[in-house]
Design a protein around this ligand. Structure first.
Ligand code: FES
Length: 127
């Protein structure tokens, strides 16, 4: 079970939803079910329009989470997954900050999901 807080400049306020880990498909599916307007085009890990920034809340170490090959490629091509971040993900099981909502499977941990509202455009990290 997880609390997922969505935050974006295009939303009037942050929205927190409660999700059962693993049984609701992707983060994008959960967002759609709650009318959270994350941009999405291909919904298949190829276009990068559903770019999100994920922050793990709480003090626990983020759970290991394998990136799909599509997600690795699309994030890399869009400059959101450096070699160092990829190595951390694969060797140390530390997930990178930028993800694709259509490829992200929710785990049993509370997260903050930020998105710009523009397809493939990153959220301003200085917030
Ligand atoms: S919607 Fe295209 S990569 Fe997620």
């Amino acid at each position: 079970m997880a609390n997922i807080t969505f935050s974006s400049p295009i939303m009037d306020k942050d929205v927190t939803v409660y999700a059962v880990a693993g049984d609701k498909g992707t983060l994008l599916a959960i967002a759609k079910a709650h009318a959270i307007p994350i941009p999405c085009q291909c919904q298949d890990g190829e276009c990068g329009s559903c770019l999100i920034k994920v922050t793990f809340l709480g003090n626990a170490r983020p759970k290991a989470m394998a990136l799909t090959d599509k997600e690795k490629l699309t994030l890399s091509v869009n400059g959101k997954l450096s070699r160092a971040l990829l190595e951390k993900a694969e060797v140390e099981d530390l997930p990178p900050p930028y993800r694709l909502a259509c490829q992200y499977i929710v785990r049993d941990e509370d997260i903050l999901v930020e998105f710009s509202g523009e397809a493939g455009v990153e959220i301003d990290l200085r917030r």
